[in-house]
Design a protein around this ligand. Structure first.
Ligand SMILES: Nc1nc2c(ncn2[C@@H]2O[C@H](COP(=O)(O)OP(=O)(O)OP(=O)(O)O)[C@@H](O)[C@H]2O)c(=O)[nH]1
Ligand SMILES: [Mg+2]
Length: 217
């Protein structure tokens, strides 16, 4: 009987200790979201990723003239407030678009980049976006559409692009369209901050469970 009592107390203490350690780890850890950067080739996805790194971290991103068309996957990590964002930037050439869906299941949100200065490719962007949004593995994923290359005089505004894409058809999807320039950084912070806010509240995040990353010191 005494032995049983001793074991019970011991395991209780060990139990307390474990709970305490877990809570401390939890307090200092940060929520981590996965964001997919999609869009047709030459839209400016990788240039955007590099700009994100330089805006949100001390690291200088690659300058535009050193960026080559993406064949595999580029990963970028940044922190916004108390949130870690992991970006997955994939190649947009037609032959590479079939790879996109391998990343859908684990993505908390999508950024879809469009070259707003190239109307001849809007149709291609529109059908690529529609295909992405039809995929069942992306159900409920918030969408940020970026009308990129606003530094170019010929670029169309976010409103014009929205009309063309007919985004009203999106029904229940949480989305926003933002005019940005991956060269000078215009609109990037606004877009990312909106995305963090909606991911924190989204049902999809609840469903996926935002992964808790280790505390960074
Ligand atoms: N003027 C201007 N050019 C841009 C901007 N963003 C990207 N570019 C240019 O657009 C071209 C394509 O940029 P990338 O970032 O390689 O495009 P991508 O979408 O990653 O292309 P893929 O990897 O082939 O899918 C490059 O010449 C960039 O310098 C921008 O905001 N303004
Ligand atoms: Mg690229």
């Amino acid at each position: 009987m005494e032995i049983e009592l001793f074991e019970c107390e011991l395991s209780y203490r060990v139990g307390c200790c474990k709970v305490f350690l877990f809570d401390v780890k939890y307090m200092f850890s940060k929520t981590e979201f996965h964001v997919l950067i999609l869009g047709i080739d030459k839209a400016g996805k990788t240039t955007l990723l590099e700009k994100l790194k330089s805006v949100y971290s001390n690291l200088e991103g690659l300058p535009p003239d050193r960026i080559v068309p993406t064949v595999g996957l580029n990963i970028g990590r940044i922190e916004v407030s108390n949130t870690k964002l992991v970006f997955w930037d994939l190649g947009g050439q037609p032959g590479l678009r079939s790879i996109w869906e391998k990343y859908y299941e684990e993505a908390h949100a999508i950024i879809f980049v469009i070259d707003a200065a190239c109307p001849s490719r809007f149709e291609d962007s529109k059908s690529a976006l529609e295909k992405v949004l039809r995929h069942e593995d992306l159900q409920g994923a918030p969408l940020l559409v970026l009308a990129n290359k606003q530094d170019l005089a010929e670029s169309v505004s976010a409103e014009e692009l929205a009309r063309y894409l007919d985004l009203k058809k999106l029904d229940e999807r949480v989305y926003m369209l933002e005019a940005v320039s991956s060269y000078d950084g215009l609109g990037i912070k606004e877009g990312v901050e909106w995305l963090v806010e909606v991911m924190e509240r989204s049902k999809r995040t609840e469903m996926l469970g935002a992964r808790i990353g280790p505390a960074s010191v």
